[in-house]
Design a protein around this ligand. Structure first.
Ligand code: M6R
Length: 365
């Protein structure tokens, strides 16, 4: 039931504060991750993990890309991420002390399951699933499971599944990091940041009207570019995927530093450029990327930390985002991009919940 909402997608975007909270529930104290809540075997399975191999498709793959930044930064464990359809059709090397991590909303994605089954033959330490559907094939075939508590997701474009996957992945990362020397202070700092997420996502939802206003600029465009750096690069990828899936506008995402290496040639007044700019040490570099775009007449849409001091000017639309912790920022910055693509799709009159050519669950190759 869509309730008061016009589409399931919008309802699911608005459910995020609640389902992120549900995904934290019982897994955190004020300052610690409750490792036993991840499964009675968790401590044993997470010990001596020397490498993490993440496998997923689509939006779930983008969640895996964000998790790679967290796992390497907080746990200091090398992490590789690959789309399942590529992994399963190449010769791969899996070290015996690898944690094999599959991320899937449905738990029934054919390529992801095939990759897991193949990897089992090659041997690994343990298989962990981040999944939203209890009793799904992925859950049944994994050693350790962290369920996202997103509830049923009806819209084909994944929204709340993604932000709850990220929440679960960050909790998992902290548990793994504890086995690898993360200090109690740093753990407490990040757990406190996780507790703030539902409120911060609510703050973003309050910007919905402004984002709807911005969306008008995309209505007659055929192409767009999304830029991000660091752990916001996968957020840019996810923002671009949302826009193309439901509005059918061609959207490409690039790490901002790659701009000069090719895509800058595409930029003109017909090519809106969307950027996510939290206030971290990459923001100054990002600002110079923005100038490069401006100098070519590109219209900019910047979602920026209010402390990052990105100034609105002719052709530069700035949406100020309340300051958030750098580690949890990818979760928060995803939400305005979901709203942007939603409103563009509504303006274009597409079938938002059931975009053409797509299925909710890809159970065949
Ligand atoms: O159920 P899964 O998470 O395994 O599905 C993976 C992708 O098919 C899915 O995320 C797809 O990319 C969504 N339509 C994105 O919005």
């Amino acid at each position: 039931d869509k309730g008061e909402y016009r589409h399931f997608m919008l309802k699911e975007i608005y459910e995020q504060p609640k389902v992120i909270k549900a995904t934290m529930e019982g897994r955190l104290t004020d300052s610690r991750v409750l490792e036993q809540a991840l499964g009675t075997e968790a401590a044993n399975l997470l010990d001596n993990v020397r490498h993490v191999q993440i496998i997923a498709c689509g939006t779930s793959y983008h969640a895996g890309m964000v998790a790679r930044y967290w796992i390497e930064e907080l746990a200091g464990v090398p992490c590789s991420v690959e789309v399942a359809s590529e992994f399963r059709y190449r010769k791969h090397v899996i070290q015996p002390d690898t944690l094999f991590l599959c991320i899937s909303q449905s738990g029934e994605t054919a390529d992801t399951l095939a990759a897991l089954r193949q990897a089992k033959q090659a041997g690994f330490r343990a298989a962990l699933a981040i999944c939203n559907v209890p009793g799904s094939s992925l859950v049944r075939e994994s050693d350790l499971v962290i369920m996202t508590q997103a509830g049923p997701e009806i819209g084909v474009a994944s929204t709340k599944a993604f932000t709850t996957q990220l929440t679960a992945l960050l909790i998992f990362t902290l548990a793994l990091a504890r086995h690898n020397g993360l200090s109690e202070e740093r753990e407490a700092e990040i757990v406190q940041a996780i507790h703030q997420l539902p409120g911060q996502v609510n703050d973003i939802l309050a910007l919905d009207g402004e984002i709807q206003e911005l969306s008008k600029a995309f209505m007659d465009k055929h192409h767009s570019l999304f830029l991000g750096r660091g752990s916001q690069f996968p957020v840019a990828l996810e923002g671009a995927l949302k826009l193309k899936e439901i509005s059918y506008i061609h959207a490409e995402a690039y790490p901002a530093g790659e701009l000069k290496h090719g895509p800058l040639a595409l930029v003109d007044s017909e090519m809106p450029v969307v950027t996510v700019a939290p206030n971290n040490d990459l923001v100054e570099k990002l600002k110079s990327n923005l100038e490069e775009v401006r100098a070519r007449g590109g219209e900019l849409f910047v979602f920026a930390d209010k402390a990052a001091d990105v100034k609105p000017e002719e052709g530069v639309h700035v949406m100020q985002i309340p300051s958030v912790h750098e580690i949890t920022a990818p979760i928060v910055y995803t939400v305005p991009l979901q709203l942007l693509s939603y409103h563009v799709a509504v303006l274009k009159g597409t079938d938002v919940d059931q975009p053409r050519n797509l299925a909710k669950s890809v159970t065949v190759e």
